[in-house]
Design a protein around this ligand. Structure first.
Ligand SMILES: [Zn+2]
Length: 280
């Protein structure tokens, strides 16, 4: 088994929130995973990993010291052991734990290594992620009249259907797919499910709002509490601020024209709504 040096006691410094696609990094620790591949921890990285607590944006593509990074996953360590992805037993911010980017490779590396991220793929995911946030604001706006009780609101002040009904969110190159479930608990919170009976009307209203958001030409940036992987980060677009750990474009003008498509499926005791956002 490859084990080198000690497990880090501080979070990996992440530079992808600033748009970095390249970093010169020091290898802090390497160990073999049960499948024989190697987990490599670095002091800093430009490589965006998938976070299994909310796996909306997948890992970047790219290389470490010239060899492909086959996957990158959020990990955590208490100094004695490395836990990867779903095996992490604590939440971010737990005292005594460091959250780290686990780069998975096939061959060992050591010393100072170059991380190179596939720039085109990153740009497409960043566009998809910003599009996803705008689409969720647009859908919340379109469904703002569908509530009979007061509920939490989104960054734009609309009842936050997206946060209350979301099941999964998947960021794709230049778009996203969000799956919502409207069941008993959402109806209890005051959501009037008949608002979805006219799917076309909701879809048109969401698209109209999305076009307005795109016409703002607003700048997009990431604000963060610190440079460690577990430090809180926020997507900021004009007046809107949403907690988010992903990567984004720098302006809504980078997105081009977008369209939202809604598909509704009736399940037993619930309705599933799938929102697909893509370039027109
Ligand atoms: Zn996000």
């Amino acid at each position: 088994m490859y084990r080198c040096r000690m497990l880090p006691s501080t979070d990996t410094v992440v530079t992808y929130p600033d748009g970095d696609t390249h970093s010169l990094s020091t290898v802090l620790h390497t160990e073999a995973l049960p499948d024989g591949r190697l987990a490599v921890l670095l002091d800093r990285t430009a490589f965006h990993p998938v976070d299994h607590t909310w796996p909306d944006q997948g890992a970047d593509r790219g290389t470490l010291g010239g060899q492909p990074i086959v996957d990158a996953i959020v990990g955590a360590t208490d100094g004695a052991q490395l836990f990867v992805g779903r095996d992490i037993p604590v939440r971010k911010g737990e005292p005594g734990w460091a959250f780290v980017v686990v780069h998975i490779v096939e061959t060992p590396v050591s010393g100072t290594v170059e991380v190179v991220v596939d720039d085109g793929y990153r740009r497409a995911l960043s566009a998809g992620h910003t599009a996803c946030h705008l689409a969720s604001l647009a859908l919340n706006h379109a469904l703002a009249g569908a509530w009979s009780k007061e509920v939490m609101v989104d960054a734009a002040g609309s009842p936050n259907f997206d946060a209350l009904a979301i099941e999964t969110s998947t960021i794709l190159p230049d778009g996203s797919v969000d799956v919502y479930r409207i069941g008993k608990s959402l109806r209890k919170k005051g959501f009037v499910a008949t608002a979805l009976d006219d799917r076309d009307a909701v879809e048109s209203a969401a698209n109209a709002r999305l076009s307005e958001l795109l016409a703002t030409h607003a700048a997009v940036s990431i604000e963060r509490d610190g440079h460690g992987l577990a430090d809180r980060r926020f997507w900021v677009c004009g007046d809107y601020r949403i907690p988010c750990g992903g990567t984004h474009v720098s302006s809504v003008d980078d997105l081009g024209a977008l369209a939202i498509r809604l598909e509704r499926t009736d399940l037993e005791g619930a309705v599933e709504l799938v929102m697909t956002t893509s370039r027109r």
